[in-house]
Design a protein around this ligand. Sequence first.
Ligand code: GLN
Length: 447
Amino acid sequence: NNYLQQIKANTHLNVFNEVFGDEALANARALDTRLKNNEPVGKLAGMVIGIKDNICYKDHKVTASSKILENFTSIYSSTIVERLLAEDAIIIGRCNCDEFAMGAANENSYFGPVKNFADETRVGGGSSGGSAVAVQACMCHAAIGTDTGGSVRQPASFCGVIGLKPTYGRISRHGIISYASSFDQVGPITNSVEDAALLLEIMSGPDEYDATLAHEPVPQATEVKKETGKKRIAYLQEALSSPGVDADVKATLTTYIDKLRADGHTVKPISFELLDYLVPTYYILAMAEASSNLARYDGVHYGYRSPNATDLVTTYKKSRSEGFGKEVKRRIMLGTFVLSAGYYDAYYAKAQKVRRLIQDKTNEVLNEFDFILTPTAPEPAFALGLKEKDPVVTYLYDIFTVQASLAGMPAISLPAGNNSKGLPLGLQLLTKKFAERELLNFSEYFL
Ligand code: GLN
């Protein structure tokens, strides 16, 4: 009831595409009865969770915040929803996001932008903006987002909450609406490291429906403890020298570097030689995969079909032209371009090679250091409408988050205080594949 009231009082923030109010209350009451009768309950009993609207939940709508799926209802649940429900979580609704998770401000949603609870003239971040603001504004206890190039971490940093992108292959993508399949990863947005650890534990592990999943042991939430050992930490020196990084963001990073050193950790600057290639490589590959994944929305199989279609070709053309938003169309076109004969080797194949180099070089750094510390984003939450006009400016915004995505490594955004205007700032820690336990242990240091 408390969460539902908070949602109702803040509908203008546009956080939820749909609230499952009655259903959530009924599930909460059923759980109360089981508790009263001393029946056993799951590890998430009573945890109220919002899910990003690209996560399938049987018999509920799922839209990816796109007109093309506006009236589409899931016929099955994603593996993660099944796992959350099996542990008695209560799902309170579907959270607004960028259309097909493409964006960094939640301004590409067909259902309109999400506003930041700290300052309603500013964005909540993206693409999981609804999920992050839902946690920031106490509309649920925790939320689930997806992170392809930063979409859990960046909105978490804009909202002063925790956002974890696990290792690629940690959490099943079955029933998650695909954007770029070799990057997409589900992640929790929470107020505490304990909750992030618990949700990671519940959602992780092999699933017969997703062949990319690893069989590595899943870190148990009970094993996560505040780290006391001394760590070796690399920080990106460009984060302090680049004119594109906000002064408060630089000051926050400096404060933490000094504090870490004073506490006996080894902290050294590094310069990542492939820094300039991170964003272009990510966008070439993500757009290529998106153009392929979104081919399935043809006006026949799923969702919207144009009433103006007269034959097969106009069914495709008009349904897609009318159903997709501008940014999605731009990415389908660019993705198709980099995959087309004559350009494939120059763009797509080249980007795949650069991706491998980025992975190798990142591993080299992590052989010498335990973590790489960067800001999560170059600036705090920006004003609504500010960056919409120039997509390249928005793409560059992902500079700190895409490295972990390209390398398939886990990374977490941690709240690091507010600037003088009261806007949250976030720092990111990145580490080796499947080292989420070490990552979560050390995260407590920042809280
Ligand atoms: N901003 C990035 C993009 O638009 C990341 C989005 C995401 O992680 N889903 O691709």
